[in-house]
Design a protein around this ligand. Structure first.
Ligand code: C5P
Length: 402
């Protein structure tokens, strides 16, 4: 049975050409057994007729905040309470801006403010509008407040531009909201996650690091929290807002990351190493800035501890999951790492070329366990993180019952 069966899903539609995809979204939600209530903004009605959504959802579309007739039935507060999940798709730049400042200027923004249910936004807009600092600032504010942003995807846009701003496909949106969060697959469990890069200082201003943005690790932390786990996130230097309801500890170096992990790992049931730990650190860090007088400079490096392998080899080790980013032979090297590091599961991706996952909102993952391989394909990091958490929960329970 689908996770969405009998769930109350409130679908908000705002003004944008992607609104045509919302019809398919509503139909597919209905197919999964969800009960769907659509709320449209005035701008949305310029793109798609309310009658279409009424026919597909089996309920009259709601669109007015101060409608005495509707308010005497299910008013805006009741609508917010009715919803198990709110999904705004498409979410326009204007709607995102209104939500970010807490405006309750129409029915949809008011319900988003009034609901205790998780709110998901699927932005869709022109790539310039998406890239504008104002839009990014508004989204960061909403994410820090606990709203989940799904996508957008990159590609050709209705306006002829090519870039980020395409709404995710209905199937991707449904996967995102129907993940383990609905089920509480990790209820009562403690999960520790490392994320982001580490920074190994050469001197007070320079250092060795890598391109990791922390987005995958933060998405896994959010998905594990949504699945009911209590989450300890140990993060290298990233610019992401701290996810809600998650204990976060910021570190710089691999040695600091290891110390933070060692402090709490004995209490955790599951450990997920997503961090891109820098493999070597300078043996010495210069106390003051290194001057560029000499033509050559030799820096001696020493291997950093392998945090993941150390966790996996502990007595009474938690269920241990690693990540591997490889430029070639990704699956083969992934399988070798699963063995050599002593892991229960490894998530492998191919890096390099045009689709590098570093900094991107998308990724492509294959999961390798001791006896099988599951290709999760290319998707948003939020969708992949939910699928990964679901796989981890299933395998963890299987392992503990044998
Ligand atoms: O060996 P490699 O760096 O490819 O392994 C990647 C996996 O190991 C990731 O899960 C990463 O978080 C973890 N790792 C670690 N400590 C290191 C190197 C990698 O925890 N020093």
């Amino acid at each position: 049975m689908s996770h969405l069966a009998d769930q109350h899903i409130l679908v908000g539609i705002t003004g944008g050409i992607a609104a045509y995809k919302s019809a398919e979204l509503v139909r597919r939600l209905g197919d999964q057994g969800a009960q769907v209530q659509v709320i449209m903004t005035d701008a949305a009605k310029a793109f798609i007729a309310p009658l279409t959504l009424q026919a597909l959802s089996g309920r009259p579309v709601r669109d007015t905040l101060l409608d005495p007739e509707a308010e005497s039935g299910m008013g805006h507060i009741e609508l917010g309470r009715w919803a198990d999940t709110v999904l705004v798709a498409p979410a326009s730049a204007d709607f995102i801006a209104r939500l970010a400042v807490g405006l309750a200027s129409d029915l949809l923004s008011t319900v988003c403010l009034a609901t205790p249910a998780p709110v998901y936004l699927a932005p869709a807009m022109n790539q310039e509008m998406w890239r504008k600092p104002t839009t990014q600032r508004n989204l960061a504010t909403l994410e820090a407040d606990g709203i989940t942003v799904l996508g957008p995807a990159s590609g050709m846009q209705a306006c002829g531009d090519d870039g980020p701003g395409r709404m995710l496909e209905p199937e991707q949106l449904i996967n995102s909201i129907s993940g383990p969060q609905v089920r509480g697959a990790l209820e009562g469990m403690r999960v520790m996650i490392t994320a982001g890069p580490t920074w190994e200082a050469l001197d007070p201003v320079r250092g060795l690091s890598n391109h990791s943005s922390g987005k995958m690790g933060y998405a896994v932390a959010t998905a594990a929290r949504s699945a009911g786990a209590s989450v300890d996130l140990i993060s290298g230097p990233v610019t992401l807002p701290p996810p809600r309801d998650i204990k976060i500890q910021k570190v710089q170096t691999a040695q600091q990351m290891l110390a933070a992990v060692e402090k709490g790992v004995s209490k955790c049931d599951i450990f997920i190493g997503v961090a891109a730990v820098v493999d070597y650190r300078p043996i010495q860090t210069a106390a003051s800035k290194i001057k560029k007088d000499a033509q050559t400079l030799t820096v001696e490096l020493v291997r950093n501890p392998d945090i993941l392998a150390q966790v996996a080899h502990r007595p009474n080790a938690p269920f241990t999951v690693g990540f591997a980013a490889e430029t070639d032979h990704a699956i083969e090297y992934g399988r070798q790492k699963l063995q050599s590091k002593g892991l229960d599961l490894i998530a492998v991706n191919q890096v390099g070329g045009e689709d590098s996952p570093f900094g991107s909102d998308n990724n492509q993952l294959t999961l390798i366990g001791p006896h099988d391989e599951v290709d999760l394909g290319l998707d948003s990091k939020a969708v992949l993180a939910a699928q990964l958490v679901e796989e981890i929960a299933r395998r963890y329970h299987e392992k503990s019952s044998t």
